[in-house]
Write a protein that binds this ligand. Sequence first.
Ligand code: ASP
Length: 418
Amino acid sequence: MQEASKKEAQRIGYAMVGGLIIGLLIHSTGQETYVSYIMPIGTIFIRLLKMVIVPLVFSSIYMAMTNLGTPEALGSMGRKAVGYYFITTVIAVFFGLIFVNLINPGVGTSLGGAGLGGLTGDMASKVSEQKGLYDTILGVLMDAIPTNPASSLANANILQIIVFAIFMGIVSLYVKEKAAPVNNFMAALEEMTLKLTHVIMKFAPIGIFVLMLDVMAKSGTSAIVSLSKYILTVIVGLTCHAIFLMFVASARLKKSPLFILKGISAPLLTAFSTSSSAATLPITMTSVEENLGIRKATAKFVLPLGATINMDGTALYESVAAIFIAQAYGIDLGLGQQVIIFMTASLAAIGAAAIPGAGLITMSIVLGAVGLPLEGIGLILAVDRLLDMFRTTVNVFGDAVGAIVVDSFLTDEEVHKS
Ligand code: ASP
């Protein structure tokens, strides 16, 4: 790991701890209204990160395709990536179900706060849109195909941008030198957005400090206490899954867990404080390539796709939350219904956007599938922002490990030009 990125990661770490402590102090003195004066700095940081996502994803997926050289190489990498996403998501849900059934966090929980009242209008209506299992799968597949790529780019619909870039990248291989001007443009765009990411990273310590300060100063400690068993279940599940992923990463990269952790500490801390895999993506890409030595073509393909559809943390959280709600309502779910939760939690995670609070919205898929009341979401609302930080960190970690694993299974010929 380069000295500069080590220092950068250290600064981000200090900023996060500083924001956490000062935020808690502000909370304890009841002065949280003052935080709104400096919060624009945090908002600017997130907006800057978002600014690079669309050009970065578009150009890097396109370049990954042209670097792969043949559609067969894309198929090989694609199959490995999707296989990894699928297996790890299933394992994450499994961890969630084990711990929620062992700890039983919802048994004896009061239903006093249940309701969708805490959600803002738009979110509440999205939650209320229940869909069946078939419609959910079909919906995700259909939505991935853009009808107008310009509007996909304009609306930052990452999955559609990925699909369009894959198609464009593949056809560029067939039209050969005629594609040269576009290839050159994309190569330049990619280079420039990566450079821009490095510039934005200079602001990361101050941005993360303010974001942490804001969350901590505004955190409702009473909700944390009353939902402590539920929070504990999610965090224990996430920790076990992260340890499992770390074993896999360490074995495939043949490096110590500490080396890996140091290499990707910047994206992990950014994920924790922004609660957005998408906003973290530019940092994940630069860290995985520069600090862990993952080949460019792999990182460019596996990470943007992973940030969009591979959400181990979210899948785990959805399964725990659904069973927690059932327990709180005194509804006994049999094995068959837990299997449905198993499947829908995985799907809900794939369908969740890589933005804060997205997992809470797709909870309606899981609850609807087993006939649990949507109002149950009201029970977990108060601590969702807090848990989002943890699950997003695991989502981003899962993506980074995905890049390691897929890269380790590819031969030099398969990623030959990178
Ligand atoms: N915030 C998460 C992410 O960006 C998604 C979620 O809400 O679970 O990865």
